[in-house]
Design a protein around this ligand. Sequence first.
Ligand SMILES: [Zn+2]
Length: 463
Amino acid sequence: MKLTLFGAAGDVTGTAYYIESQTASVLVDCGIFQGNKSIELKNRKAPPVNYRNLDAILLTHAHLDHCGRLPVVIKAGYSGPIYATPATIEIASLVLRDAFKIQTSDFEKMNRMLLRNGKIPVEPPYQQEDMERAIQLMQPLPYHQDFMVAPGITVNVDEAGHILGSGSLLVRVVEAERSRSVLFSGDIGPYGMPIVRDPESFSEADVVIMESTYGDRDHKPLQETLDETSNIIKESVKSQGKILVPSFAIGRTQDMLYYLGHAFLRGEIPLFPVYIDSPMAIEATKIYMRHPELFDEEMKEFSKTGELLKYENFIHPTPSPEESRKLNDLKGCCMIIAGSGMCNAGRIRHHLRHNLWNPTTSVLIIGYQAEGTLGRQLVDGAKWVRIFGERIIVRAQIHKLGGFSAHAGQSDLLRWFNHLAPCRPRVILTHGEDRARIPLAKIIEYDYGIKPWLPQYGESTEL
Ligand SMILES: [Zn+2]
């Protein structure tokens, strides 16, 4: 019985973990690598496994860094089942179709340039039929049931509390007389996040493959961040300024709508118009509303009372480009939530271009901003930025709000692990840079006397 790590080993993207027994093999997640151009070149290749023998693929959740290479795997010859929770199937379908659209436009642009340079155009890593086939192969995986996915391999999914449909996977592998339980944490959400349930606790596993994205630190307390947000909104209503929120379409956008709904309801902030200017965020919000069975108690209560509908008139989806453009002419205070989360693409760039010069504009940075992105420049205090070739002065107020993360901070990761520690599992820390996973490894070793393994890309271990 063997585990090999083909991604998210020493970094946070490209998750793909491969389990082999004498009778079967399974791939857990199949995500894209994200970062600079040379890192993203790795996305042209499927994880190096024998796809004719692979029995199943399992998904922990629908973020692209966990499912984005599925079409490449199909192109490489895989035609078996892809198991995921029903909500993950819906969100992954949305995410994969959107990624294909972006790939098409990127390759068209690049190939036009290559042709102008007298060079040969390049083929994209996969075609539309590969992407659609990946979606067709998805099969629902129920929560809290032992489910046979391959000969001698069963999986049981519990809530991971990260985004709608996310799960931690307890994979049981039986080989000859031996049985091993291998727990894949997936991305673990912070406790107390709105809408989705808290991560569930496990009390038994032989091996734990645990994420460590924020293994080195805790986030700012959520309440502090909510108070800060309310104050910014009140100021903007007074100054009649616009509030721009670069946001990831799945998870962060719905959380923000939830907080606004609550704050409206309690009278903490005055009612003002909120625009969801992202077709993907609008679709993702509809998927969220189709799965009330996955809501936490607070959200169930909130949606049952009908209170949500009270402020529905103040939330405006703007799916079409024309509706989006009209937002430029709006006068007065409003909030515009648009992608992309790091401002390196999407409609938010148009809104930033039109509004960054204005000192009454507020930009709420609610997610991680990678090196080299426009969002990072703003966070770092750039006085000028370049958007669509135009030099724009930054007079807007840039607010970095730390408490909205969809990932557990260090204390929450340890809280999750604490339930497992008594059974003394072997611990493998993945999905974290070394600066985050080394401090977490040290704490686990010091507090529990278990020395975690910190694997690198392509490394294997006997289970
Ligand atoms: Zn994720």
